[in-house]
Design a protein around this ligand. Structure first.
Ligand SMILES: [Zn+2]
Length: 186
């Protein structure tokens, strides 16, 4: 069942305060001050050490570095709603490869993704509500595996990328933490 663009969020998401009742962004800034107090310049190059770019859904349950054994400086992480390969993902991948030396691309969708419950009606409802049609597609999908294949295909066929031979796609299971690789041929 489609979710209308105007559907209200649950009450807990309605305010800018976090679970302690303080303004969430103030808490982030305070945390940063503690972080910076112990911070020493790691002296790293901007080029990812492991020459890999990871494209993933923005989902809050996916800790990409922990899930993939990655450390600071290892990779580029490029995230959006769904982890779908949009023009802007291609823009980032192009810069990642051509200016910053990455060669491999990992694509990650996941179980329980919010985009599974949306349709393009979201976009139409949004246009009706605000009186302006978004220039972007919702990129909703019903079949995770098929959407990972579609994303792999978009990367592999991009004329802008230098390296399209090492592109692999996965579905991350938010209940088990395991990745399941998707066969590009289906
Ligand atoms: Zn998601």
């Amino acid at each position: 069942m489609p979710i209308p663009a105007s559907q209200p969020l649950p009450p807990s998401a309605d305010s800018a305060e976090d679970r302690t009742g303080e303004a969430v962004i103030d808490r982030l800034v305070e945390a940063n001050q503690r972080y910076a107090a112990d911070f020493t310049d790691p002296g790293m190059d901007a080029r990812p050490v492991r020459k890999v770019a990871v494209v993933s859904c923005m989902d809050a349950r996916i800790d990409l570095h922990a899930a993939l054994g990655l450390e600071l400086g290892d990779c580029h992480t490029i995230r959006n709603a769904g982890g779908v390969v949009t023009d802007d993902i291609i823009r980032s991948l192009t810069i990642s490869q051509r200016a910053l030396g990455t060669r491999s691309v990992v694509l990650i969708h996941h179980t329980g993704c919010g985009l599974l419950s949306l349709t393009e009606d979201f976009r139409h409802d949004l246009a009706a509500e605000v009186g302006q049609r978004p220039t972007w597609a919702v990129e909703a999908f019903k079949d995770l595996d098929e959407d990972v294949r579609q994303s792999m295909q978009r990367v592999r066929t991009s004329p802008f990328l230098l390296h399209t031979d090492d592109v692999r796609g996965f579905v991350f299971d938010v209940k088990t933490g395991l990745l399941r690789e998707i066969d590009p041929q289906g």
